[in-house]
Design a protein around this ligand. Structure first.
Ligand code: RNT
Ligand code: ZN
Length: 424
């Protein structure tokens, strides 16, 4: 367990070390703490939602595996877990809700009829915790998603149901944005696609485009309060061969309709660098949304760790000084480990990558490159990885008044014993 005296001593050395490379660590800490990360609500309950359980549902492209005890079973348990998580995280957080976390009391309200009031308890919680809210229409885990198609379904009635749901989600988002005085990002991801080679790849894409156009034709929604984003994918469960909403589909759609593009780090070919896409998209898109995630073979949603993909992504943001053009949200779910632990690991790793980006000696690297000293650029890049960022991280935690190092584990153990162990 690092003592606060040791943390301060190690930090002082680290600060001087970074200063030699022109990096101001105090400034980096302040900035790293100020950048919001939107926690996803769905790690708490294994992406189940709070609707009355229905029989015979296909997960709709989403599946959380594992049976670690202590899953949150209702809204109150989710909020309790999320409050615990917030206590253990340095910096500014938000909460990213899915529509199927509506709390409609005894009344069953289908997704096309959801209203802002069905989220009053979440809104109250957000006010108490002083966090902004983001939102997602839930286009999966519903009988009308069982065919593997929603907005691109060949049946007009089914498409209309999902269009109505999407429009409801935009009104709810605008309400959150207005109430909390902070724009609510409403992210659209649909599972639509085919397991095997379709004969017609055109028609579903045309229907998807037309459905979105119908959704966004609702001009009553205030677009400063509700900011819509769209998220593509390479393949998913049940859509291994064909994803209607591919990356290119959404990149073109977002650009032509003035929407935000979402890049999920788990939604690309394994050898593709998502980091490299940042400077491409930002030539054309005003802003981006990122879902930090970790792909492992055929899964795209493992708990985020501080791996090269995540580090490189935020390094790009730092080198392009694009912090005010990126919105950061988490997207992972693992039911095989303590879920509070999963949140803390993934959110801390994301903020560590942000800090690592801010600690990059970018100015020196660029100067070496500009002067044609390629060996110096590469040598400095290598050396930068060895600089003591961990000491800066511990200091950041100390300043944010949260446990440094792995000290948070003790609090998770206590919470598991006192709270989680009482759940089925
Ligand atoms: C699915 C997308 C999407 C979901 C969440 C639950 O592949 O990444 O963002 O994970 O909406
Ligand atoms: Zn995602």
């Amino acid at each position: 367990m690092p003592s606060s005296k040791n943390i301060s001593a190690a930090y002082k050395l680290a600060r001087d070390n970074y200063a030699d490379f022109g990096v101001d660590t105090d400034k980096a800490i302040r900035k790293a703490l100020s950048i919001p990360i939107s926690l996803h609500s769905w790690q708490a309950d294994d992406v189940r939602g709070l609707e009355t359980p229905r029989e015979g549902l296909d997960g709709g492209g989403i599946m959380s595996t594992g049976g670690y005890p202590g899953r949150a079973r209702n809204g109150d348990e989710m909020r309790s877990d999320l409050s615990k998580v917030l206590d253990l995280l340095p910096g500014k957080q938000r909460l990213n809700l899915h529509a199927f976390y509506a709390e409609t009391g005894k009344k069953v309200v289908d997704r096309d009829a959801l209203e802002p009031r069905h989220f009053n308890r979440w809104l109250d919680w957000a006010k108490t915790e002083k966090v902004g809210l983001d939102f997602n229409p839930t286009y999966f885990a519903h009988p009308l998603a069982n065919d593997g198609y929603t907005l691109a379904h060949r049946d007009k009635k089914i498409r209309q149901f999902w269009i109505d749901h999407a429009q409801a989600s935009r009104r709810i988002s605008a309400h959150f944005g207005k109430q909390l005085k902070s724009p609510c990002i409403n992210n659209h991801w649909v599972p639509d696609g085919a397991k095997d080679v379709p004969a017609d790849r055109f028609a579903p894409r045309q229907r998807l485009r037309d459905s979105y156009d119908a959704i966004f034709a609702d001009t009553k929604v205030n677009r400063t309060h509700c900011v819509d984003a769209v998220e593509g994918k390479l393949f998913g469960l049940g859509s291994e061969e064909y994803v209607v909403g591919s990356q290119e589909f959404y990149s073109n759609y977002a650009l032509s309709r003035n929407l935000m593009l979402c890049l999920d780090l788990g939604h690309f070919h394994p050898t593709e660098s998502v980091a490299d896409k940042v400077s491409t998209h930002l030539q054309f898109h005003e802003n981006l949304l990122v879902h930090t995630s970790r792909p492992v073979r055929w899964d795209s949603d493992h708990v985020v760790t501080l791996d090269d993909a995540v580090r490189n992504f935020f390094l790009e943001i730092a080198r392009g000084n694009a912090w005010n053009r990126i919105n950061i949200a988490l997207d992972f779910f693992d039911a095989s480990i303590n879920r509070i632990g999963a949140y803390v690991i993934g959110t801390r790793a994301t903020r560590q990558a942000i800090l690592a980006g801010l600690l990059d000696p970018s100015a020196q690297l660029k100067a070496a490159e500009k002067a044609g000293r390629g060996h110096e650029r590469l040598a400095l890049m290598e050396h930068a990885r060895a600089l003591p960022w961990g000491a800066v991280w511990d200091e950041l935690c100390q300043r944010a008044d949260v446990p440094a190092g792995a000290d948070w584990l003790a609090e998770v153990a206590t919470y598991e014993k006192d709270v989680l162990s009482g759940r089925d």
